[in-house]
Design a protein around this ligand. Structure first.
Ligand code: SF4
Length: 360
């Protein structure tokens, strides 16, 4: 424990003092109070590791230095730059949020959690993060790291999959916030609790020996930190079968279509998707007849090895039918031919990108 921490210090004082010495200070979204940069990092960090976010964060800021630049960008460009980060609803909300900041707030993010939460894609914890980091508002964040730290420190054993228990924890978190020097201590406290969860109070094998709040920690005292947080409800998983049509022409271009605005891979570009082998073959047969009628030759297809792609709530079992088309052959879907030079910069679902990179 660093010397600056008093034995009688509150949780907030302890964490603030610890962060100054032992917290993370090198991440590009730290050391700024620009809400655009903080918000961008918070959205990217949801469900994604810091190491992955770093590259995307820089790329986004290079292309869209301000929220107004992001708001004015075409959706395809935003989705293309997001491609590979996954959870694409985040990118759609990000774009919509930027537009709302411009249209509703004149291009400046609002400065309270209460107003921030009215924007698309900004939940209670993200609103609190932006408000505390940028405007020093006394408001508690509650992401996975924070839940883990607080339930362990307080020995909070109620099931967090029950709404009222999570609400109770949030209330306790709010009461534990710094009460003095809010201008400097609020951002530092929010950073501290995130840093502690990310670097010390790890989900497995927490490093209690290095922890600044060890003496206050009930879970440590009971010798069972890994039992917290308690969350019993498991995600219900489902599965879906998709048949993907991989058509390539003589120039090596591939046929891609834009997905609808809702459903799997919404608003991304993809190989045409069919719900069954029969549906895909029926579409191909009709194309084959048209090709023969137009003298464009025959259409031969091969079925590639099937693969599984795992989403948060769903397993996708993907089958791929690949064929080459002669010049002028009709392709049975709404779409366009894309050269490799151009499709690589599109927003593509990760398995489609992988498939194109590995099988063309
Ligand atoms: Fe987490 Fe261990 Fe610190 Fe408790 S003592 S907060 S379990 S790292």
């Amino acid at each position: 424990m660093p010397k600056v921490i008093k034995a009688s210090a509150s949780l907030a004082e302890t964490l603030v003092a610890w962060q100054k010495v032992h917290g993370r200070h090198h991440l590009p979204w730290q050391n700024t109070r620009d809400p655009y940069r903080v918000w961008l990092s918070e959205i990217m960090l949801q469900q994604t590791q810091v190491s992955t976010v770093l590259t995307y964060y820089d790329k986004f800021l290079e292309n869209f230095p301000t929220v107004a630049d992001l708001a004015a960008a075409p959706q395809d460009k935003v989705m293309g730059l997001w491609s590979g980060l996954g959870y694409y609803s985040r990118a759609r909300n990000l774009h919509q949020c930027a537009k709302d900041v411009v249209s509703r707030f004149g291009g400046s993010f609002p400065n309270t959690a209460e107003d921030l939460i009215t924007l698309p894609g900004i939940g209670r914890s993200t609103a609190a993060a932006v408000a505390s980091f940028c405007f020093s508002e006394r408001v508690a964040i509650m992401d996975g790291n924070v839940k883990r730290v607080l339930t362990r420190v307080w020995g909070f054993a109620d099931d967090l999959s029950v709404g009222k228990n999570e609400k109770a924890l949030w209330q306790m978190a709010q009461e534990a916030l710094p009460t003095r020097h809010l201008q400097s201590d609020m951002p530092r406290y929010s950073q501290a609790i995130m840093d502690l969860g990310a670097t010390v109070c790890l989900p497995r094998k927490p490093r209690c020996a290095e922890c600044p709040v060890q003496t206050q920690c009930k879970a440590f005292e009971r010798g069972e930190p890994e039992k917290f947080p308690v969350k019993t409800r498991k995600l219900k998983r489902s599965s879906e079968v998709l048949w993907l049509m991989l058509a390539q022409n003589a120039q090596g271009e591939v046929w891609l279509e834009k997905r609808p605005a809702t459903g799997i891979w919404a608003s991304l570009y993809s190989l045409p998707v069919f719900e069954s082998e029969e549906a895909l073959q029926a579409a191909l047969s009709s194309s084959l007849q048209k090709a023969q009628a137009s003298g464009a030759g025959t259409l031969k297809w091969e079925v590639l090895p099937a693969f599984k792609h795992v989403l948060t709530h769903k397993d996708l079992h993907c089958h791929v039918v690949k064929f080459k088309v002669a010049k002028g052959s009709p392709v049975p879907s709404e779409g366009a031919w894309w050269s490799e030079k151009n499709w690589t910069s599109l927003g593509l679902p990760q398995p489609v990108r992988h498939l194109l990179s590995s099988s063309l």
